[in-house]
Design a binder for this molecule. Structure first.
Ligand SMILES: *Cc1c(COP(=O)(O)O)cnc(C)c1O
Length: 389
């Protein structure tokens, strides 16, 4: 049984974040869905109940969130998981031993670890390629290829992959495409509309948006995939609790206004760093001379809140020194919250990827990554300028 409300009324994105897929609570007319902190539900007689039996299978607060997730990604079915990695884990369980997956080569370190350290032991074979060049994808596809896994913008190199081109090629060969849309958020890009079969999020990041929980999501339009994923969600059991579902739902209601400010602030910082004499390179897809500018312009509404940079002549130690001098930017893993964060991918988020593999994608020890928050831009620029000088 899969419960899902498909909202007939067509709303624009900035209204979907607030109303998408939501129904009013019947008991007291609460405007926000209650936190149904319960594991089980009373049955009138064996098998006769009000649609809910056990909270691993269904929970009303989770349903409300799942419907919101589906709505903001322009999909039919939404599923919530206990973390972004649990969502990816569920997608991989659609496959069977012998199947091959082609993935972006600069991807989230935890995804790489899940693929290489867990699923490759169960007979799945992964290829990691620079998918911003579609020839690389063409060359790797064979009769065993079942899934293409893309992250765009990539983490932390901010490469952009042409979702539509990849999906078209995949579809012509009967291969599924899954997009990790965490970095962009559905405010910026909606992969299902570009042909993707599945879109996944670490809702921990922009969707929840306040650095206060861990949660993952999957959205699809495909009835068969939805059915299978729903089965896996219940059978494997990596579901989020109702409190975290509630908080994510609350976060989503301000997604559009937060994203707007994230993008504005990030653009100012990118331009500031680009002109700064102590900076060697800035990775941000919004520069007109970037090789990614045109494809970014085509598939993204804006350029997002993330960027990476390399200070002039920097190494591991100098990068570390600059990071330690920052005050408004907090040194921490993660991204997408209202507060600005700074990270050192080589020692933090991407430490689980071998150095040789990291450097193949340009992820040097001197690279610094920023998740630009929604603070006052003057304070952010002052903080960066002070640390660099
Ligand atoms: C954080 C992150 C994940 C993993 O999500 P969790 O919620 O931490 O399990 C996956 N992909 C990307 C791009 C991420 O940033």
């Amino acid at each position: 049984m899969y419960i899902n409300i498909i909202v007939k009324k067509k709303l624009k994105f900035n209204s979907k974040t607030i109303h998408g897929g939501q129904i009013f609570e019947k008991g007291y007319g609460a405007v926000m869905p209650p936190i149904y902190q319960t594991s089980t539900y009373k049955q009138e007689s064996p098998g006769v109940h009000m649609g809910f039996e056990y909270s691993r299978t269904h929970n009303p607060t989770r349903e409300a969130l799942q419907n919101s997730l589906a709505s903001i990604e322009n999909g039919k079915y939404g599923l919530a998981f206990s973390s972004g990695l649990a969502a990816i884990d569920a997608i991989m369980k659609l496959l069977k031993p012998g199947d091959e997956i082609i993935s972006t080569y600069d991807l989230y370190g935890g995804s790489y670890r899940l693929f290489q350290k867990i699923f490759s032991r169960f007979g799945l074979k992964f290829h990691f390629e620079d998918l911003s060049r579609v020839e690389n994808l063409k060359n790797k596809i064979n009769s065993k290829t079942k899934l293409i896994w893309i992250e765009t913008p990539t983490n932390p190199m901010m490469n952009i992959i042409d979702i539509q081109t990849v999906c078209k090629l995949a579809k012509s060969k009967n291969i599924l495409t899954a997009v990790d849309n965490t970095f962009a958020s559905p405010y910026i890009q909606q992969p299902l509309d570009l042909g993707a079969d599945v879109v996944m999020h670490s809702a921990t990041k922009y969707l929840a948006g306040h650095s206060d929980l861990i949660l993952g999501s999957i959205v699809t339009n495909n009835d068969e995939i939805a059915e299978k994923l729903s089965f896996i969600q219940n059978a494997s059991g990596a579901v989020p609790g109702p409190m975290d579902c509630f908080l994510t739902l609350r976060g989503i209601k301000t997604l559009h206004i937060r994203m707007q400010r994230h993008c504005e602030n990030c653009r100012e910082i990118a331009e500031f760093l680009q002109k700064h004499k102590k900076i060697d390179k800035v990775y941000w897809p919004g520069f007109k001379n970037s090789r990614f500018f045109n494809v970014a312009k085509k598939q993204m509404k804006d350029f997002g809140g993330m960027l990476s940079f390399i200070p002039k002549g920097a190494n591991y130690q100098t990068a570390e020194k600059i990071i330690k001098k920052m005050n408004v930017f907090t040194l921490a893993e993660s991204l997408g919250g209202v507060e600005s964060l700074v990270g050192h991918p080589a020692s933090m988020t991407h430490a689980s990827i071998p150095k040789k593999e990291r450097e193949r994608s340009g992820l040097l020890d001197s690279l610094i990554r920023l998740s630009v928050g929604i603070e006052d831009i003057d304070d952010l620029i002052d903080d960066l300028d002070g640390a660099l000088n």
